[in-house]
Design a protein around this ligand. Structure first.
Ligand SMILES: [Zn+2]
Length: 300
């Protein structure tokens, strides 16, 4: 991981998943904790190198690549771990992640690797939205629901850590169909992001480099989200079965699904589109001869 100074007292540890450090008066709050123990050890070394005391760890959302290192960081530094309520439940019980990806059934081996099943970490405090003081360090917690149900962004010392509220253009391109659990909430989060421009000197995403303005990325992500939703709506006109709808949506988005794990992640986004379409009165679900069928609502 590479330590990058983003502002006077804010750092980004750049890795597969980014980690942030907000420093004030020799104390530091960590934003996310990387994938695993190996990453956690690098984080602890970086904190020691800066000669600061870790007084809190904020987890933006409970995806394994963002909290897998938390237990090790907590054990090595004694810093308390904070997370939004719903995300905290998963951080403390990581089996919930592969479990929800597999409809609540015992997850298969493909969902039990470290990218979807992280090490458990006790959560010491539940984070609310708004201005907080964590171990003496002020931080502002902003809602960023949609990619994960309770995801938050963390701002301090002039920098906003936006987690996976937006994806950098190359990450967006790589994923094709990013992971979303709620399409309408994601759209609302993306619509609100440009209003943050001008209030912060830099924005640090969960993956990728820091940028001085988030509006352009938010617009690109919103366009992709709308395209995915439209692709699911178009698939509904051709197929009524979830498997076929996933296949048609992937084809329309130019995505080649490379593994069962990616398939289940993609399927979640397609399901999120289906429930959003249903909520908008554009789709119906019914049982037909023991088959679950999705239908477009004519005239919607
Ligand atoms: Zn994520």
């Amino acid at each position: 991981m590479k330590l990058i100074q983003v502002a006077d007292s804010v750092y980004q540890l750049r890795g597969g998943s980014n980690v942030g450090l907000i420093v004030q008066d020799g104390r530091a709050v960590l934003v996310d904790s990387g994938l695993d123990r190996d990453t956690a050890r690098k984080i602890v070394r970086a904190v020691e190198g800066l000669n600061v005391r870790l007084v809190g760890v904020v987890i933006t959302h409970a995806h394994a690549d963002h909290f897998g290192g938390a237990a090790t960081v907590r054990a090595r530094t004694g810093a308390p771990v904070y997370a939004p309520a719903l995300e905290a439940a998963v951080i403390a019980n990581p089996l919930l992640e592969p479990l929800y990806l597999f409809s609540g059934a015992a997850p298969p081996a493909e969902l039990r690797h470290k990218f979807t099943l992280a090490e458990a970490c006790p959560v010491d405090g539940v984070l609310g939205i708004g201005d907080q003081v964590l171990g003496g360090v002020p931080a502002k917690i902003l809602p960023a629901y949609g990619h994960a149900p309770g995801q938050v962004m963390v701002a301090g010392e002039g920098v906003c850590f936006v987690a996976d509220a937006v994806f950098a253009p190359d990450v967006l391109h790589k994923h094709g169909i990013p992971f979303y659990v709620d399409i309408d909430q994601t759209a609302a989060t993306l619509a609100a992001l440009p209003s943050l421009d001008g209030h912060y000197a830099a924005f640090v995403p969960g993956h990728g480099p820091a940028v001085p303005a988030i509006g352009p990325w938010a617009a690109e992500n919103a366009a992709r989200l709308a395209a995915i939703r439209a692709a699911v709506a178009a698939a509904l006109a051709e197929a009524d079965d979830l498997g076929c709808i996933v296949q048609l949506t992937a084809a329309r988005m130019g995505l080649q699904i490379s593994s069962p794990a990616i398939y289940w992640l993609t399927q979640t986004t397609v399901l999120a589109c289906l429930s959003a379409l249903q909520a908008a009165g554009a789709a119906n679900v019914a049982i037909l001869d023991n088959r679950l069928t999705w239908k477009p609502v004519v005239g919607s």
